[in-house]
Design a protein around this ligand. Structure first.
Ligand SMILES: O=C(O)CCC(=O)C(=O)O
Ligand SMILES: [Fe+2]
Length: 251
């Protein structure tokens, strides 16, 4: 089992029993008589993740998205939701990420991931908020998104993810990608920038700072530069294909 302990300073919840099959981050604690304190999981509600996306993404942003293929939104969630996501990202029993063929090639991608399912707490609320964002893209841009998927990702020190597009071979399943970042106080010297080539062919570097969401056309080429500090994020895709309940956790 891979255990990655968060380097985020936000949590005292670091456990020797990380989230896993026998210790799920459930909406409802599995054992109600268990006195174990899971403070972030208490009192967190879907409404804490409510965002008026329409307000956040006014017309200029949508025009920029259409023309350049990407936009950034900062200060996305209120503190409570952000802290819950940061804390959850620190407890997860991460799995080795694979490429499409199911083979892990750590020279190409070095992240460790965990798909978000309905068993997650903050992550599942996050996904529902993203679904609301997808609905806005459908209304405004006729994006035709039918569902979203997301995984927590952790890049250990010394790892990145080489150039790729999230919609390989133009399969048109992943339409829009979004990455939400979780590390507080990320400095340029920490590396780990997302480098992305926009629709005009211009290169941009986006630092993975907490509470930032980058949204981009899944066709765009991008890479994660080598991180010099453990780097936490939620990689998210809005998809055009039919609803699959949840991705197989072991895939
Ligand atoms: O974490 C990032 O900035 C991008 C991750 C990514 O490109 C991916 O998971 O496909
Ligand atoms: Fe990607």
């Amino acid at each position: 089992m891979t255990q990655i302990i968060s380097n985020l300073n936000v949590t005292e919840l670091i456990l020797d029993n990380p989230i896993g099959e026998d210790n799920p981050p459930l909406l409802f604690p599995s054992n109600p008589n268990n006195n174990q304190k899971i403070s972030t999981q208490h009192g967190l509600q879907l409404s804490d993740f409510d965002i008026n996306w329409q307000d956040r993404l006014h017309d200029i942003q949508l025009d920029k998205f259409v023309n350049d293929g990407w936009i950034v939104i900062d200060d996305v969630f209120a503190n409570k939701a952000l802290l819950a996501l940061q804390a959850e990202s620190g407890f997860i029993d991460y799995r080795e990420a694979t490429l499409t063929a199911g083979i892990r090639i750590s020279d190409i991608r070095g992240d460790k991931i965990r798909w978000i399912t309905e068993k997650f707490f903050a992550g599942f609320y996050y996904l529902q908020s993203i679904n609301a964002l997808a609905a806005l893209f459908n209304r405004s841009l006729f994006a035709g998104i039918r569902h979203s998927e997301a995984h927590y990702a952790c890049y250990p020190v010394g790892f990145g993810y080489q150039w790729h597009s999230d919609n390989p071979a133009g399969r048109d399943e992943r339409v829009i990608s979004a990455v939400f970042y979780l590390n507080d106080e990320w400095a340029t010297s920490d590396g780990g920038a997302l480098e992305i080539v926009d629709k005009q062919g211009v290169h941009h570097h986006v630092m993975p700072v907490a509470n930032r969401l980058i949204i981009f056309d899944s066709d765009l080429q991008h890479q994660v530069q080598i991180a010099h500090r453990q780097r936490y994020s939620i990689a998210t895709w809005m998809r055009r294909d039919g609803l699959v309940p949840f991705v197989d956790e072991n895939s």
